[in-house]
Design a protein around this ligand. Structure first.
Ligand code: GUN
Length: 293
């Protein structure tokens, strides 16, 4: 079994980004900047945001976190986004999810200038991804693909991939990106009949269903490649994925662990997207989001 260590792959990517920013500094160029908006005081979100700040600092990307109270109105949040859209020193804007229930998340995500949408959640970026145009891609799905590439699975022609989960953030875009790599893709979810049997036919399984250790040995074909996107707590409160690693590890040809798998890749891709948005911004265009006119 080959371990696909997202931790190692992400560290390499971050080092490359750090060196690129180092050269910008040496050339006395403007530095890339990420603005993160955190609404409310959800402890998990606060931890994610702190990790993003730390990663930016370590890479040399400028960052700011705008903290807003959980009672903030949707309009006040939109006004902050409009200000950041117009700010030429800001390259990336990220609104940490989930948002409080009284705020319509889709309205907020649509307000972000697509060229600054480093999460890749804006419908313009989603549409560009679907049609194979250059776009800011969502970080976790992009990280999954980069892990496959780094492990030597680049062209997926002739391979059957099963994605478990159909969220807008992970399942749907992962399926799309696997398709772009020429895999034959099936998406399964909580309403799928014979779900384990369908998975057991796959050469590649990407698990993103959010159920601790749901995927046992009977879900996995001998020699399959398994990427585990799940971040859950097991019955002892220990971090675990959607895949039962101990059961599956000897059956899989390659498998990513949790922790140390997809998680570190998501942050590395956020940093990379910020640098990509910066590069487009510096070119003088209106970035990935601009319609060709
Ligand atoms: N909350 C959990 N995952 C994500 C993510 O990828 N982006 C944002 N903005 N919020 C999240």
């Amino acid at each position: 079994m080959k371990l696909i260590s997202g931790k190692t792959i992400a560290a390499d990517i971050r080092e490359t980004l750090r060196q690129r920013i180092e050269s910008l500094k040496e050339a006395e160029k403007r530095l890339p900047k990420l603005s993160v908006i955190l609404v409310g005081d959800d402890p998990a979100s606060a931890t994610y945001v702190r990790n993003k700040e730390r990663a930016c600092a370590q890479t040399g990307i400028l960052s700011e976190t705008i903290r807003m109270s959980k009672d903030t109105t949707q309009q006040a949040l939109l006004d902050v986004i409009y200000r950041l859209n117009a700010d030429d020193t800001v390259d990336g804007i990220l609104v940490q999810l989930p948002l409080p229930a009284h705020i319509e998340a889709s309205e907020v995500l649509m307000a972000i200038e697509p060229g600054k949408d480093v999460d890749g959640f804006h419908p313009v970026n989603v549409g560009k991804m679907m049609t194979g145009m250059q776009a800011l891609l969502p970080c976790t799905p992009k990280g999954v693909i980069r892990m496959l590439e780094a492990a030597g699975y680049d062209d997926l022609s002739g391979m059957r991939a099963t994605v478990i989960g159909r969220s807008n953030i992970v399942g749907k875009p992962v399926a799309q990106l696997l398709l772009a790599k020429h895999a034959t893709v099936t998406t399964v979810h909580s309403h799928t009949a014979r779900i384990a049997e369908v998975c057991a036919e796959a050469d590649i399984v990407v698990a993103a269903i959010g159920r601790p250790k749901l995927i046992g040995a009977d879900w996995i074909k001998e020699g399959a490649i398994v990427i585990d996107v799940g971040i859950n707590r097991d019955e002892h409160g220990k971090l675990c994925g959607d895949v039962d690693f101990e059961q599956v590890k000897d059956k899989a040809e390659a498998i990513s662990p949790v922790p140390g798998g997809v998680g570190p890749m998501t942050i590395a891709m956020l940093l990379e997207n910020t640098l990509e948005a910066y590069a487009e911004h510096e070119k003088g265009g209106r970035g990935h989001g601009s319609a060709a006119v």
